[in-house]
Design a protein around this ligand. Sequence first.
Ligand code: ZN
Length: 260
Amino acid sequence: MSQGRSTAAPRTSSPGAERLAALIRESETVVALTGAGISVPSGIPDFRSPGTGLWQKVDPMEVAHIDAFRGDPVRFWSFYGERFATLRDRRPNRAHLALAELERRGELAAVITQNVDMLHRRAGTRELVEVHGSIEHAGCPACGQRFPLDQAQARRDDDVQGVPRCDCGEALKPGVVLFGELLPAQALARAEELAESADLLVCVGSSLEVYPVASLPFTTRAAGGRVALVTRSSTPVDHIAELKLDGDVVDELDAVLSAL
Ligand code: ZN
């Protein structure tokens, strides 16, 4: 998928997009749930999909594991620093912007995301739940001090071992949930609450295979709400979804926006 897609002219409309627009109109509380697929048009590879990029060279379960960070922060940061650099200059694409616009229009209550790339925030989404944390801050496991991304970067650049360090000397940990770590309880509780209150849960660019997001569509359905999917991959919730748009996420959300 090329980045050029995200700057192409909006597609006029499609029957699927019009149906989703109608569902959004008739729902009182609409919540979006997003995964890696929404950031692919911004040039951020989904490490679960085969392809190029740094995730192909390593096993993310091994290098991005909390034990790897605790055991060898120098090695951890030699890998993770690359990921920081990859994400730092990425810009939101029109799919992120479409969700921010829906919120501005009062059509969308919140975005729950698995992504750590800050792109929803940069697009202007205000009510945002980041269930896997975010690269926005790095924190000190010893004293709890937090540093914004650019400061963590600067500290990493200044360190002879390439490790961003706290004033107390401890290696900083990125504010993302590493493999082997518990999910942030507050974000998790908020995501559950939103999924339960949603009349419509719109899942965008997620294969919905990873906990906790895998369970949220079922939460919405159990509470009487409906589920819509905007994703190319098949998901474990296809059978309970009201509709599925399987085109390019940018094109689909553009079409939904213009149909509203
Ligand atoms: Zn510290």
